[in-house]
Design a protein around this ligand. Structure first.
Ligand code: MOS
Length: 707
């Protein structure tokens, strides 16, 4: 497949209803835990009550005496596993070495588990297991002044840890206008609606089938195969419908390995669904960040220096380096530049990807700092951004494949009614409510990963498209059908898609907003090969046995020549109560430039969802770590607050159609994550405009405004 010739747009772009919609609302779409399997057992994990130390003994006599208990597993009797390296992130995850040693490195770690005839018995028996520990002092507090912060070899996915150009200190010292501020974001938990769940069925001790809630059947398959010393062909992972993930279901966590192990030991299928509370220790979260941003500028707002220094956390068993300063490398032009990332290795649960990892916390800091610079320069914040628009990627010198930031800012300003705006804070009120508006830029890179697809046709003109893609609620079922339809030049009704099964042609998971871009390319390639075969070998007539072709996407050669990113502009209007400090967000507008939009309806949903999550980040979400015990104390929806319908006012989404021939044959950039990026900065800037209080520490809670 060569680039340059774009797919025609027939099905693409249409607001097609979700193919999986009727199945979901009627309950016919089956989720992992719902698969009926004969002779199933239930697994309940037992979690460590210390943050650091080792397990001295596991007394399971009372548990084993309970009728219905099949097995109690711990490091004392567990089968041996092999170490597992996580693909894409490129790090070994020792949390997948379930029960391979007596070492405890975080509170909530799985140290034992009960396998029983029913969930109730498993849970009851788990409460009867006595685990004794030898406790060691733990270290769980992230601070920027720690003496042991270190620079990781690379950030996740092999991204460079630090970058520097020019002389940042001299440029800052010489700048007529400068700002130097520190922004902090808390730990946040992904919390998909469907909890993490795995059903494991061993066929014969040689091969295993998993019904598992995940973001990529092939990724989970690779990790399970590695842990149990199987070839990937002996592991099958099935996940056609998944109730959200946001990064927490991208890779296997310990519960997946535990379910497979339990089924092996029991000699029967095993089911494991984590409770919401267990998820807070076991399935990842967004690292808290401490970000110092220094900007230097001429009086007219032109940046001369940008420095973004990030401190985040990781753990002793898995290094995950949140790449929060990465967007700063290409957002704005400035001759002197510096980005750094430092990590504290703590005795805490493992952090991982959460929607818009890197860009999401990083752009809160950068875009808040840009708003502060606009105030310092006496410039409109949109104008400031336009003045610093780079002509090429400032980091690489490559041209942008397309860059719609200015167009989004202008279109958004128009739609939002940005002007006239008195920039002075605290000038507008409605009764006891102060009113303000804010704006921030948004961005997310175009990421792609290899994928293969197979397309077949029968004599009835029905097309079958198979690929191990994943739909976690994003609309992939529908968008991929539309791409296939246009690539085959048939209506979408003639296309039958199969995804969510590792037995299908290999494809990476739903992560990094890369799915549509990568899977779509493989499907287009397969469709074109099928059409060519049909034309060249069969004169356009489908043979009796039908015809198939396999296609693939390996790498995008244009990625070496172009800088590829989606952009957006986030606008917010807020009301802040002068007496209580309550913040309301009556209006949000986001305008995005993300290439060609494949499905206007599901895209709108993605962007609305992302931005609602951004509002949630701005006002509510914070996982509170208790330093005495080392775990997250607000570990359920009673105390970990997420935005509900009542929190969301009028949320409007628009996009600018971009013609980008470099990203892929569809011309589509990812849209899963960009919606969340920048939303919190727009809201924080609107709160400043309303009140004159600059909140640099998320979330924006009442106490920070009443001080
Ligand atoms: Mo997304 S955080 O790459 O699932």
């Amino acid at each position: 497949m060569t680039l340059g010739v774009q797919l025609p747009s027939r099905a693409i772009g249409a607001p097609l209803d979700r193919i999986d919609g009727p199945l979901k609302v009627t309950g016919a779409a089956r989720y992992a835990y719902e698969y009926p399997v004969a002779g199933v057992t239930y697994v309940f994990p037992i979690q460590s009550t210390i943050a650091k130390g080792r397990v001295v003994s596991t007394d399971a006599r009372a548990a084993r005496a309970l009728p219905g208990v099949v097995a109690v597993l711990s490091h004392e009797n567990a089968p041996r596993l092999r170490p597992v390296d996580i693909p894409v992130i490129g790090q070994r995850d020792q949390d997948l070495a379930v029960f391979q040693s007596d070492v405890v490195t975080y509170r909530g770690q799985v140290v034992a588990a009960v396998v029983a005839e029913s969930l109730e018995v498993a849970r009851q028996a788990a409460s009867l297991v006595t685990v004794r520990y030898e406790e060691q002092p733990h270290d769980v507090e992230l601070r920027a002044d720690r003496g042991d912060l270190y620079a990781p070899e690379t950030l996740v996915m092999g991204i460079e840890t630090d970058t520097t150009q020019g002389d940042i200190a001299a440029a800052l010292a010489a700048a007529p206008v400068s700002t130097d501020r520190t922004y902090t974001t808390p730990a946040e938990h992904n919390n998909p609606l469907e909890p993490h769940a795995t059903v494991a069925v061993w066929d014969d001790g040689q091969s295993v089938t998993l019904y598992d809630a995940n973001q990529g059947a092939d990724w989970i398959r690779a990790e399970v195969a590695e842990a149990f010393g199987l070839t990937p062909e002996h592991v099958r992972v099935i996940a056609p419908y998944v109730g959200g993930g946001f990064g927490s279901k991208a890779f296997a966590h310990s519960h997946v390995i535990l379910a497979v192990m339990a089924a092996l030991v029991a000699g029967r299928p095993a089911k494991l669904a984590l409770t919401r509370q267990q998820m807070f220790a076991l399935t990842g979260y967004r690292s808290p960040t401490i970000q110092r941003i220094r900007l230097g500028a001429e009086r007219d707002g032109r940046l001369t220096a940008i420095a973004h220094d990030v401190v985040a956390q990781t753990t002793t068993r898995f290094e995950f380096a949140e790449q929060a300063a990465v967007p700063t490398r290409m957002m704005y032009a400035a001759p002197n530049r510096r980005t750094t990332h430092r990590l504290a290795r703590l005795d805490v649960p493992e952090n991982t990807w959460m929607r818009g990892p890197g860009e999401c916390p990083g752009m809160f800091a950068l875009e808040s700092a840009m708003d502060e610079l606009a105030v310092a320069c006496g410039l409109d914040p949109i104008d400031l951004r336009i003045r610093n628009e780079p002509s090429v990627d400032p980091e690489t010198g490559h041209p942008f494949s397309s860059r719609g930031l200015v167009a989004c800012l202008r279109e958004g300003a128009e739609r939002f009614g940005w002007q006239p705006r008195d920039p002075r804070p605290g000038m507008r009120a409605d009764g006891r409510w102060l009113i303000g508006t804010g704006v921030a830029a948004s961005t997310f890179p175009v990421l792609q990963q290899p994928a293969a697809a197979r397309v077949g046709v029968d004599q009835g003109g029905r097309y079958r498209v198979r690929i191990a893609a994943s739909d976690i609620g994003t609309g992939a079922w529908t968008a991929l059908t539309q791409i296939a339809a246009d690539a085959l030049a048939v209506p979408p009704e003639r296309v039958h898609l199969e995804i969510g099964d590792s037995a299908l042609p290999q494809a990476g998971g739903a992560g990094g907003s890369s799915g549509t871009s990568s899977w779509g390319w493989a499907i287009v390639d397969a469709a074109q090969k099928l059409r060519a075969r049909l034309r060249d070998e069969f004169g356009g007539v489908v043979p009796a046995e039908g015809l198939e072709a396999t296609g693939a996407f390996e790498t995008n050669p244009e990625a070496q020549r172009y800088s590829m990113h989606a952009f957006g502009a986030q606008f917010a209007a807020v009301r802040v109560n002068q007496d209580t400090g309550e913040v309301r967000v009556p209006r949000l507008l986001g305008v995005f430039a993300a290439g060609r939009i494949i499905n206007a309806k599901t895209a709108r949903s993605q962007l609305l969802g992302g931005r609602t999550m951004g509002l949630s980040m701005a006002l509510h979400e914070a996982s509170v770590l208790d330093p005495r015990f080392g775990d997250f104390v607000n570990h359920d929806f009673a105390e970990y607050h997420i935005a509900t319908n009542a929190d969301v006012g009028a949320v409007d989404v628009a996009w600018i159609d971009e013609d980008d021939p470099h990203v892929n044959p569809m011309g589509a950039k990812g849209i899963g994550e960009i919606g969340i990026v920048g939303t919190a900065a727009a809201i924080a800037s609107a709160v400043y405009h309303a009140t004159g209080v600059r909140v640099r520490d998320l979330p924006i809670t009442l106490d920070k405004l009443l001080r």
